[in-house]
Design a protein around this ligand. Structure first.
Ligand code: NDP
Ligand code: GDR
Length: 377
């Protein structure tokens, strides 16, 4: 869809030099999404287009296409060709690109979703993670002020349950103290507080969504849920014998991304800004996720051994399907996340629609289809 992809300007990405679009959306519904090519960005763009927003997204230059998750929106004549969705090259490490884009688009809502979002990778790319996730948040807040729209725009920050890190209490709510356990979480902690500081200092409408893990068929392939559903789909189709995981004991409060992007929008529609936990209120271990994925294909897994020696064995055939590889362990782990989203329920009227098992089924069905079509995916 993006035949002009080697060019480097908004004009070429969109076929129009005018960043304001002509899609007929009213000028009070203009959203700018950083991280639009990611899991959440793609669901949010879809959601806002349905609500008749003009949607602008920041994408970064990559050597291969990074727009797969939003290709269907490109192909939708109402969205892209009708001028309601526009992409702009920019980067969270490049202030001038952020100022230029904000100045041109004049958004009424900004969703800051761009991040180096992999916790394990953040131990290897710690400085870069801080540049993008911490200073990047500061850059975009400052870009808003440079453009003089801090009183006009509403700002959403993708904060995270990783802020809770080491368990202090469960369930975790907006009052629970933070104890970040990775360079990613430390960077996001800066992001969290700089958003509050700008809200208080400049009277900005700015919110932190403290979102617990949320997954979908569009989840990045190296996050644990997607890694499991892809691998189990391949096992079903005899394309793989076994796969490797790290810590099976960590527990996460897993929801569906499509529910969670709705909460982001809801936070920006109130009379005054606040910070909200978004979670299902249920927690499951990685081991339970594996079992549920196998159950979806009608197979049962039993566990043998412990620690690095542990394996998951398919009961009916005695075949080893899961092995532990310490390379997936993290230097410091987050053992248990369980969120209390009662403030969001009370003030936003938000509740999740997807259950844990529905989430596993949705991801499994999508990956089985994907692997059938493309065994080397
Ligand atoms: P993804 O990793 O799927 O998407 C991240 C997005 O950020 C991609 O569009 C990526 O672009 C973009 N990006 C990365 N680095 C830069 C950069 N330097 N400049 C511009 N864009 C950049 O994450 P999710 O969609 O899962 O998450 C969205 C946000 O929510 C992230 O900030 C994440 O940390 C946070 N979050 C996620 C949770 C989850 O469970 N999914 C829970 C809580 C918070 P590209 O496609 O080119 O890589
Ligand atoms: P998380 O997600 O770190 O919670 O961050 P991830 O899926 O990477 O890990 C969840 C848990 O699974 C354990 N695990 C493995 N993880 C990965 N990636 N690969 C493995 O092979 C594996 N084996 C076991 C991990 O140790 C961990 O305990 C996600 C990201 O989306 C963040 O951006 C977001 O802020 C948080 O969720 C909320």
């Amino acid at each position: 869809p993006r035949s002009e992809s080697n060019s480097n300007s908004s004009k070429d990405l969109n076929g129009s030099a005018d960043g304001t679009g002509d899609g007929g959306a009213s000028r009070d519904k203009v959203a700018l999404i950083t991280g639009i090519t990611g899991q959440d960005g793609s669901y949010l763009a879809e959601f806002l287009l349905k609500k008749d927003y003009e949607v602008h997204g920041i994408i970064r230059r990559a050597s291969t296409f990074n727009t797969t998750r939003i290709e269907h929106l490109y192909a939708d004549p109402k969205a892209h060709k009708g001028g309601k969705m526009k992409l702009h090259y920019g980067d969270m490490t490049d202030s001038s690109s952020l100022v230029k884009i904000i100045n041109m688009v004049k958004p009424t809502e900004i969703y800051n979703l761009a991040a180096q979002s992999h916790v394990k990778v953040s131990f290897d790319l710690s400085e870069y993670t801080a540049e993008v996730d911490a200073v990047g948040t500061l850059r975009i807040l400052d870009a808003i002020r440079t453009c003089g729209i801090e009183k006009l725009v509403r700002f959403y920050q993708a904060s995270t349950s990783e802020l809770y890190g080491k368990v202090v209490e469960t369930p975790q709510n907006e009052q629970t103290p933070f104890y970040p356990r990775s360079p990613y979480a430390c960077a996001k902690m800066y992001g969290f507080w700089i958003v509050i500081n700008y809200r208080e200092a400049y009277n900005m409408y700015a919110c932190n969504g403290i979102l617990f893990n949320h997954e979908s068929p569009r989840r990045g392939e190296n996050f644990v849920t997607r890694k499991i559903t892809r691998s189990v789909a391949k096992i079903l189709l005899n394309q793989m014998e076994y796969f490797e995981l790290g810590n099976l004991d960590s527990k996460r409060d897993w929801g569906h991304a499509s529910d969670y992007v709705e909460a982001m929008w809801m936070m920006l529609q109130r009379d005054s800004p606040s910070d909200y936990v978004i979670a299902t209120g249920e927690t499951h271990s990685v081991r339970e996720f594996v079992e549920a994925a196998f159950k979806h294909i009608g197979r049962e897994i039993t566990w043998k051994g412990s620690g690095v020696e542990e394996v998951g064995i398919e009961s009916s055939t005695d075949t080893v399907r899961v092995r532990i590889n310490p390379k997936y362990f993290r230097p410091t782990e987050v053992d248990l996340l369980l969120g209390d989203a009662s403030k969001a329920k009370r003030e936003l009227n938000w509740t999740p629609k997807w259950s844990f098992l529905q989430l596993v089924s949705d991801m499994m069905n999508a990956d089985i289809e994907l692997m059938k079509k493309n065994p080397i995916a």
